[in-house]
Design a protein around this ligand. Structure first.
Ligand code: GLN
Length: 210
């Protein structure tokens, strides 16, 4: 079974853990860089991206997370987690006036709180590419992906704005699949993790023959 880290410094990480374990993954809660040793994938949950970023500063997690990606790991960000994956963040800058830090892995411009702060939480049925039937999208002060990079694919939209995207070894949802009972998006993620692991296995094996 794949070992999946779930960033557990803040936000809805327990719900992700439950879904992933129900699907057979080995889940490790990540609070310190050492927790990332040997993980095949990492989920960055929802929460509040500024606060979460500060915790990543405090626990020195930025470059270890990037290292998971660089060694072939698959990353999935939901809501605040998706913001942290993006190359460019608009809206709600930090109070100190500086730029909000991010991992800069997913080539999109993400707009924070894209669906308004007043009526900020809602649930809508979404069509998701590659998934049969509708998926309930739970949006909580959700972002939207407004500029989509060349190698990024849009998997779902709401009101003509991208709310689920996929890049190379990257998945991002503006909404919260972990807050529903539906595990299909977690299954989709684990499928991608499995595909990457098999790819590695293949490279290792053919390397040995040479
Ligand atoms: N609005 C939050 C942010 O910008 C994200 C909300 C969420 O993760 N549910 O960080």
């Amino acid at each position: 079974a794949p070992v999946v880290g779930v960033l557990a410094v803040q936000g809805a990480f327990r719900e992700h853990r439950r879904h992933l374990e129900a699907l057979g993954a080995l889940v490790r809660e990540v609070r310190l860089p050492a927790d990332l040793d040997g993980v095949d994938a990492l989920v960055l949950p929802g929460g509040e991206s500024t606060a979460m970023g500060r915790l990543l500063d405090a626990f020195d997690l930025w470059s270890p997370i990037r290292a998971v990606y660089d060694r072939g790991g698959v990353l999935w960000g939901t809501c605040a987690g998706a913001i942290l994956l993006s190359t460019e963040i608009l809206g709600a800058p930090p109070q100190d006036g500086g730029r909000q830090r991010s991992l800069g892995l997913l080539d999109v411009t993400v707009q924070r709180n894209a669906f308004g702060r007043q009526v900020d939480s809602f649930a809508v049925p979404l069509e998701v590419a590659g998934v049969d039937g509708l998926v309930e999208g739970v949006f909580i002060r959700a972002p939207a992906f407004d500029r989509i990079g060349e190698h990024v694919e849009v998997l779902a939209t709401h009101h003509d704005r991208a709310v689920m995207v996929r890049g190379a070894r990257l998945l991002a949802t503006a909404f919260h699949p972990e807050l529903t009972r539906d595990r299909r998006l977690h299954a989709l993620f684990l499928q991608q993790v499995e595909t990457e692991r098999q790819g590695h296995e293949h490279v290792r094996r053919s390397g040995r023959q040479n």
